[in-house]
Design a protein around this ligand. Structure first.
Ligand SMILES: *[C@@H]1O[C@H](CO)[C@@H](O)[C@H](O)[C@H]1NC(C)=O
Length: 245
């Protein structure tokens, strides 16, 4: 009788040991992955991933964190001007998150460069850069997990809105101080002042069409500028030099 009980217990133990052990392994693996992602993020706000890292930390389960990835082509020989501008904005966004008091391990920012992870581009059937994708912490990837770059542009504020929509994480975009605007205004005023001074005996120039046209275009440029740098870049280049593979 006792022997039978032992056997029963033994069988019971064997049967239950497996899943419990698997669960524990999964938990350990997950916490290792989260620790690793946190360590990378502490070094640079945007984690650079090649194919291996992407498969391990984004594609393969278990994962309880969201990953936003910019697929890009930053090597000079790729000549992707838009990639560089988008990268700047993406860094602003990732830094705003990394140094925010609300920072958690819920969302990580990463990038995959075509020249370091072309296998990932192939795997995802991706043929243009830059492209932003969100990999949700759970559930399937939806259409809205692909950022509509052509429609929304790549300003950090727009990207933040999309991230908030996809992950519930609100990021307040904080830009490093930009002295270009005030400097330019100062220069413009100095030039106008200088011209007025030199021509003080001949104020007719104020009515010259050319001078007005010059200052008018400058004003327009400046208004667009004040908003955000990207808008200007976006208006100037459009997305014409986005690249296709
Ligand atoms: C994900 O799981 C790890 C390990 O259990 C935990 O440390 C981390 O806080 C979890 N992250 C979230 C966003 O729940």
């Amino acid at each position: 009788m006792l022997k039978k009980l032992f056997i029963c217990l033994f069988v019971f133990f064997i049967h239950n040991h497996e899943p419990a052990d698997g669960q524990k392994k999964k938990e350990t693996l997950l916490s290792e992955k989260v620790t690793q992602m946190m360590e990378w993020t502490s070094k640079r706000s945007v984690i650079r991933m090649n194919g291996d890292k992407f498969r391990r930390f984004v594609k393969a389960p278990p994962r309880n964190y969201s990953v936003v990835i910019m697929f890009t082509a930053l090597q000079p020989q790729r000549q992707c001007g838009v990639c560089r501008q988008a990268d700047e904005e993406y860094q602003v966004l990732a830094n705003s998150w990394r140094y925010s008091s609300a920072f958690t391990n819920k969302v990580f920012f990463a990038s995959v460069d075509f020249d370091e992870g072309s296998d990932v581009f192939q795997m995802l059937n991706m043929n243009s850069a830059p492209t932003f994708l969100h990999f949700p912490s759970k559930g399937k990837t939806r259409l809205s997990d692909t950022y509509e770059l052509q429609v929304r542009g790549f300003a950090a504020e727009q990207l933040a809105r999309w991230v908030a929509d996809r992950t519930d994480v609100q990021i307040r975009v904080i830009r490093p101080p930009n002295y270009a605007g005030p400097l330019l205004l100062g220069l413009l005023l100095a030039v106008i002042g200088g011209m007025a001074y030199l021509r003080r005996h001949n104020l007719e120039f104020l009515f010259s069409k050319n001078v007005w046209a010059f200052s008018a275009t400058d004003q327009i440029g400046f208004v667009a500028d004040g908003d955000d740098r990207t808008k200007r870049a976006y208006m100037r280049y459009g997305l014409k030099n986005e690249i296709w593979f």
